[in-house]
Design a protein around this ligand. Structure first.
Ligand code: BTN
Length: 235
């Protein structure tokens, strides 16, 4: 296995992604940093990531040939690991893991000197969220009333990530995208995508081989979206 070639486990760090950055020169590819809690967990767009005890907070050091599909394979691996434990979340592009319409996990990839730090957060057994997150965030426990053993889910997740990463290294992109289509909640849905300078509304048609979302606007024009925040339009 590449993923988990070395495990760094701590009770608490500020952010596993930040810790991973201090190891990039020394740690082997696939090294995983796993902690019980983060005191300054980070999300996309510089947001904070609520990371108390009970979640899976981890970062993986990777040397991929091309980083563009790393978040995609991480989403597949998280969904597979939870599905194997009887919990059925989906992927909301680019990298939200959602269950019953609420976010239960997220992925933050950062690139330093061609090395990818893949950060994964899964709200597994968290029993409450701060007021400001309650409307949008949840956990596996709150949504299913199941308490899954963290070590078991972590081990399954590493194995699934390893399988997907090997497929990526073998350039089996068609197979990986087939898996993504199986888990995404977006295909055929009307969405609004917020980008830094504009907004795009339309119907999701597919994902491209480099991880961009393919969206058809109401005027029929097909757009490729490489980054943004995606919202499902209310029916
Ligand atoms: C998002 O905004 O959806 C991405 C959240 C990523 C959170 C994980 S938890 C482990 C790793 N360390 C961090 O500080 N962030 C990521």
């Amino acid at each position: 296995m590449i993923i988990g070639s070395k495990l760094y486990y701590f009770d608490s760090v500020e952010s596993t992604n930040e810790y991973a950055k201090t190891l990039t020169k020394d740690a082997p590819e696939g090294a995983v940093i796993l902690v019980d809690e983060q005191t300054g967990g980070r999300g996309r767009f510089g947001k904070q990531w609520y990371s108390p005890k009970g979640g899976i907070w981890m970062s993986v050091i990777l040397h991929p040939p091309d980083p563009s599909l790393i978040a995609i394979i991480a989403g597949i691996a998280v969904c597979k690991a939870l599905h194997m434990n009887g919990v059925l979340p989906g992927i909301k592009w680019p990298n939200d893991i959602v269950l019953n319409g609420k976010k239960i996990g997220g992925i933050l990839t950062e690139i330093i000197d061609k090395i990818v730090i893949l950060g994964i957060g899964v709200n597994l057994n968290i029993r409450e969220f701060p007021d400001e997150l309650e409307a949008t965030a949840s956990s596996v426990f709150l949504e299913t009333k199941k308490h899954l053993e963290k070590k078991m889910v972590f081990d399954t997740l590493c194995k699934q990530l390893d399988d997907c990463y090997i497929m990526l290294k073998q350039n089996k992109v068609t197979d990986l995208l087939t898996e993504w289509r199986h888990y995404t909640i977006l295909l055929g849905q009307q969405v609004v995508i917020e980008m830094p300078d504009k907004e795009l509304s339309g119907k999701v048609l597919d994902i491209s081989r480099d991880g961009a979302l393919i969206v058809m606007r109401s005027d029929g024009k097909i757009m490729r979206v490489v980054a943004g925040v995606c919202h499902l339009r209310k029916k």
